[in-house]
Design a protein around this ligand. Structure first.
Ligand code: GLC
Ligand code: CA
Length: 540
């Protein structure tokens, strides 16, 4: 089965299931839930980092790439998880954080101790540039008691690696080989479009310096080298690159098969349509016209140039999409299904973030004390400094914090939502009694809807292989597209609002077959009315 037909499920290990009652999710917990994931029907699970790490950025600060963090279990636990997954026909994708290492990593420690070989593993300069760290503040920090500075595009404890050094590249390629030998079948590459830095680094006032280090041409060369040295040789291995602040032109280059870089890319433009002036720590209703324009441009161009998108609404860095795009108090269930259809029937490989399949929502925390994420805590302080009141700053953090998606998985209505018997590392969301797996499987319909979407992708090749065509580009409520493949067509209509709307159905679809809808009005007339948050897919 090609990566186009697969559906991938993301697990944030810290928050999935705790089996040894220390308040932290673990590998045996994931193993225990493999049958649940099998029931859902996903093909692969992507695990956010499980390696030794001081956890300043929850594991995205890796201290050792080829070991398991004792907090999650042992290498044997990992192998057992792999074996159980395999029995159930589920593959494993690991997260590779290759732009930076934790300053606890032995490479950085040796460099600090004066070892010249390891100093060349990092980006050291006499003069810092004006680049701003993605987690706030200047992106350079003093390197020990030398008079140099090291680059950290993220936290101070995440030092950027020097990919210009062939030894660094070889070390990282060896990491991939290590996990491939264990049977890992997928890699998600963290902020991989930032790895290639220019030889001379220049100040850049625009956009906090991003253009100076993002999507540099040499990055494509490094990814191609990595492909050729490792996964490119193995059939069926799936790769996805997380692309920060990227462009469709670059994503076509990263994913066009003949370039031998990656299978697909994540980009985040569609998740910035509720950012005021492009700034994350603001609050604004989402801009639907902008969202559509982005989906249509990316959909069309990737289709025409044979690039490939990773499709997603949620991940561990985003507040829950339901809270952002849907009137969640009145239409949670219909909205969850509509959002799911909008991407699962689209051209690209869909990703489900844990809890999405039961319509989980943001935790609705009451105070700043509940938040632990480094980025959120820094942002809160910066908002105060910028003159916001505590209440205003809290409201923004509440809407935007990454902790929104990192709260424990809601398995049942037990004290800690069936996640653990003890207080978890991050509090359980308020909705846990209402929204949980046990209840959903008994009486809900969101899980079943996801099951059906996953199944349809395998049954109707048009979903995996069809081209992408824009439908009703100017409609104020509907995001619509047409897929075409070998004489068949699939029209997908999604009403993004709580208001009905009537459209004229093109003649070719008036006689079509409804593949899936979140409402039962299956009569296809020339004038077709979409109910609030209705989604419908018509095949012919
Ligand atoms: C990616 C990860 C995010 C992390 C950052 C730095 O964006 O998804 O969680 O903080 O990279 O590694
Ligand atoms: Ca545990």
């Amino acid at each position: 089965m090609s990566f186009k037909e697969k559906v991938i499920y993301q697990i944030y290990p810290k928050s999935f299931l705790d089996t040894n009652q220390d308040g932290i999710g673990d590998l045996p917990g994931i193993k225990q839930k493999i049958p649940y994931l099998k029931r859902l029907g996903v093909d692969m699970i992507w695990l956010s980092p499980i390696y030794p790490s001081p956890q300043n950025d929850n594991g995205y600060d890796v201290a050792n790439y080829t070991a398991i963090n004792p907090m999650f279990g042992t290498m044997t636990d990992f192998e057992n998880l792999m074996a159980t997954a395999k029995e159930h026909g589920i593959e494993i994708m690991l997260d590779m954080v290759f732009n930076h290492v934790s300053t606890d990593h032995e490479w950085f420690q040796k460099a600090l101790a004066g070892d010249k070989k390891y100093q060349d593993y990092f980006i050291l300069r006499d003069e810092p540039t004006d680049w701003v760290s993605k987690f706030g503040g200047n992106a350079w920090a003093p390197f020990g008691d030398t008079d140099k500075y090291y680059l950290h595009l993220f936290d101070k404890t995440q030092a950027d690696l020097n990919w210009r050094n062939p030894e660094v590249r070889e070390e990282l390629f060896e990491v991939l080989r290590f996990w491939m030998e264990k049977g890992v079948k997928g890699f998600r590459f963290d902020v991989i479009n930032l790895i290639g830095k220019d030889e001379v680094l220049n100040d850049c006032a625009e956009n906090d310096g991003k253009p100076a280090y993002t999507d540099r041409p040499i990055t494509h060369d490094y990814i191609h080298m990595m492909n050729q040295a490792t996964f490119g040789k193995e059939d069926g291995l799936i790769t996805v690159g997380e692309m920060s602040f990227t462009s469709v032109e670059n994503c076509i280059l990263y994913t066009k098969p003949e370039r031998e870089e990656l299978n697909m890319t994540f980009n985040f433009h569609h998740l910035k349509v509720d950012y005021e002036d492009g700034k994350k720590w603001t609050q604004m209703p989402f801009d639907f016209a902008r969202l559509k324009e982005l989906f249509h441009t990316w959909g069309t161009q990737m289709s025409e140039e044979s690039g490939w998108n990773a499709l997603f609404w949620n991940n561990h860095d985003q507040p829950r999409a339901l809270n952002r795009f849907v009137d969640v108090d009145n239409y949670r269930v219909a909205g969850a299904k509509m959002l799911a259809s909008a991407i699962h029937l689209n051209r690209g490989t869909p990703y489900i973030y844990m809890g999405e399949e039961i319509g989980m929502v943001d935790p609705d925390f009451d105070s700043m004390e509940k938040y632990v994420d480094v980025e959120s805590l820094n942002a809160y302080q910066e908002l105060l400094l910028a003159g916001k009141t505590e209440q205003e700053a809290f409201e923004i953090v509440k809407a935007k914090s990454r902790d929104n998606s990192r709260t424990p998985m809601q398995w049942d209505s037990g004290e800690y939502s069936g996640f653990s018997d003890v207080a978890p590392w991050l509090a359980v969301g308020k909705s846990a009694n209402e929204i949980n797996v046990a209840k959903e499987l008994q009486e809900g319909s969101v899980f079943n809807y996801y099951q059906k979407l996953i199944h349809l992708r395998k049954e109707y090749l048009i979903i995996a292989e069809g081209s992408y065509e824009v439908f009703l580009p100017d409609h104020p409520q509907i995001y619509g597209y047409i897929r075409r493949f070998e004489g068949h067509s699939l029209l997908v209509l999604n009403n993004f609002f709580a208001k009905e709307t009537t459209i004229e159905l093109p003649a070719e679809f008036q006689t079509g077959e409804v593949l899936i809808s979140n409402y039962d009005n299956e009569e296809l007339n020339q004038d077709f009315t979409l109910k609030p948050y209705q989604s419908i897919a018509i095949y012919r």
